[in-house]
Design a binder for this molecule. Sequence first.
Ligand code: PMV
Length: 352
Amino acid sequence: MSSCTKRLKKLSTNSHGATTWKAPSNIALVKYWGKKDIQIPCNPSVSFTLKNCYTKTSLKWEASSSDEKGFQYTFLFEGEETPSFHGKIDQFFEKLMDYIPEIKDYRFEISSENSFPHSAGIASSASAMAALSLCLVSFERDMGLDLTEDQFFNRASFFARLGSGSACRSLYPEVACWGESEVIGNNLFALPLAQKLNEIFKNYQDSVVIVDSGVKSVSSRAGHALMNDHPFAMTRFEQASLNYRKCLEILEKGDLESFIGLVENEALTLHAMMMTSKENYMLMKPGTLDVIEKLRLFRSETNIPVCFTLDAGPNVHILYPKRNEEAVKTWISENISFKVIHDELGEGPINL
Ligand code: PMV
């Protein structure tokens, strides 16, 4: 915890340096939907850390000379200036100034790229915020901040949360948990799964069906806000806490039948919350339902333990054990006409 609190003392300053981090995206099994303050979740959540969908970010820093105005940055996304991202980055740095006062005296060059197409409809804020946060903790380490490995990643998770809530779960291998519960004592950063992950979930597969890659009609920020006076909010938060506990048990025991029931229920509840809020809206598309129906038929015909989950969008994440990879991928290629990005559980961020 102490590694994530504000620092009162400035660190010694190295005049320049650089680092590069690769951080993955994640997909929630138990969903975070509803928040207070700066991404303080209303319920605990659990996610799979992905492998192939990642952001690679390089950060270079140089002390501003005395005639410069202090903090400045340039940002390149896939080699191009992208002013549309500046609002989010400005806000992020503003929040971080309290925690990393040295930022004020430096010029930064940030350059970022995604392994997945920007318009694929896969949320990239989780991997992007995680990668940038790791670069910034590396910057602090270069300034002399003394952190153990665990403190390093917890601090990066804390920073990532300030940028985008679900991003704080992208810092750990395989499975990450976030939110106050019997297992975790705080809401400020995520942690890796404490229990042993059952063998069946090793290299678990996630094939993401891109039903629609357009911009969402309602942002996550607006969606979270609609939980504030949602008629079912309290019931939902209680249900999520219960599902969180059940999910940890399932991940340890490897009970696939319960996994399927819980994960699909969580996905549909997330969308049910959107459809039943005061200003209701729907992010699923006809293609989403079509894929879900086909998948359920395939499961009942073959008994293959394949299931789906959804993010706050129309795309369908098809989850299945590694041992069923061939059968499921063949079924996907023969039955799903949308673009599919194949991913699986990964080992978390890498410093390049
Ligand atoms: O991190 P945000 O604010 O984009 O919220 C994302 C919430 C969901 O992706 C819908 C669920 C989750 O837990 O990741």
